[in-house]
Design a protein around this ligand. Structure first.
Ligand SMILES: [Fe+2]
Ligand SMILES: [Fe+2]
Length: 245
C-alpha cells in the first residue's frame, strides 16, 4: 500500500472543498494518526494506512453509486430511475473522506505469541487493539470532530452521524429510519461504506479488483480501465469464426 500516494490524493480531494476551517481540519488530520491508522483491528484493512484507504474507497464507492449531473453541478441519488436526493460535490467528498475521522487516536498495538506453522517456532506477532483516547461514540463523534474546525450542512451531518445504519437497538433504528427518509443521502453513505468494507477491502489491503481506483471516480488519480465495452474481436458472434456455416 503506497501511503504517500494516497495522502496526496486525500489532501487534493479535500483541498477542492471550499469551506472556512477546512485547512485547520487538515492540520488536525496531519497531526493525528489518521494516515497511519488501520481501518479496523482485524476485519478489513487492518494495516497501516487502512483508514486512509477505506476513506478513499468510500469516496469511490459513493461516486460510483451516484449520478453526476453536469448541468446542475451536483450528484443525484436515484431510486427506480427517479431522483430521491441531490448532493453537492463538496458534500460527497466530506461525507466519504471524513465519516470515520472518529477512528483517529482510536487504535493501539500489542504483540502476542503465535506459532509459525512453517518453522514450528513460537514468535511475537503484532496486532491492533482498541485504545480509544476520545471515547465519544462513532458517527456522532466524527461529526463533532469536523464541527470543531468547520461547518457541516444538515445533509452531511445526518449522513455522517448515522453512517453505521441499523443495529437492532430500537431508538437508534428509529432515528436512522427517520433520517433516511429526511435525507436519502444517509442511505447512500451507509451503502458506500458497506460496499467499501464488504466488496473492495480485504483483511490487509484492497481486493485485487480495487487495487487502483478507476478514472471514472478518481479522475487523474485513477487508472484508465477503458470503456468496459468488449474488444471488437470478442464481440463477434461465436459462430462467426473459421468453419462457421
Ligand atoms: Fe464508521
Ligand atoms: Fe467506514
Amino acid at each position: 500500500m503506497n501511503i504517500e500516494k494516497k495522502i496526496i490524493r486525500f489532501e487534493a480531494e479535500l483541498n477542492k472543498v471550499q469551506r472556512p476551517g477546512m485547512d485547520k481540519l487538515l492540520e488536525y488530520i496531519r497531526g493525528s494518526d489518521f494516515y497511519r491508522a488501520p481501518a479496523s483491528t482485524k476485519y478489513h484493512l487492518a494495516a497501516p494506512g487502512g483508514l486512509l484507504q477505506h476513506s478513499l474507497n468510500v469516496l469511490d464507492a459513493l461516486r460510483g453509486l451516484l449520478q453526476w449531473n453536469g448541468i446542475e453541478n451536483h450528484w443525484e441519488y436515484h431510486t427506480a430511475c427517479k431522483i430521491v436526493d441531490t448532493i453537492p460535490d463538496d458534500s460527497v467528498t466530506i461525507m466519504a473522506l471524513l465519516h470515520d475521522i472518529c477512528k483517529t487516536h482510536f487504535y493501539g498495538t500489542g504483540t502476542r505469541n503465535q506459532k509459525n506453522e512453517r518453522t514450528g517456532k513460537w514468535e511475537k506477532v503484532p496486532f491492533y487493539t482498541i485504545d480509544d483516547r476520545m471515547p465519544l461514540g462513532h458517527g456522532a463523534k466524527s461529526a463533532m470532530i469536523i464541527k470543531q474546525y468547520t461547518t457541516l450542512t444538515s445533509q452531511e451531518m445526518y449522513a455522517i452521524w448515522h453512517h453505521m445504519g441499523f443495529n437492532g437497538d430500537y431508538e437508534n433504528d428509529a432515528a436512522v429510519g427517520k433520517s433516511i427518509e429526511m435525507y436519502p443521502a444517509v442511505l447512500a453513505l451507509q451503502t458506500a461504506d458497506m460496499m467499501a468494507s464488504r466488496f473492495m477491502e480485504g483483511e490487509k489491503e484492497n481486493d485485487l479488483r480495487f487495487s487502483e481506483p478507476s478514472q471514472a471516480t478518481a479522475g487523474g488519480f485513477g487508472e484508465d480501465i477503458g470503456t468496459g465495452e468488449p474488444e471488437l474481436e470478442e464481440a463477434l458472434p461465436i459462430n462467426s469464426g473459421e468453419g462457421a456455416q
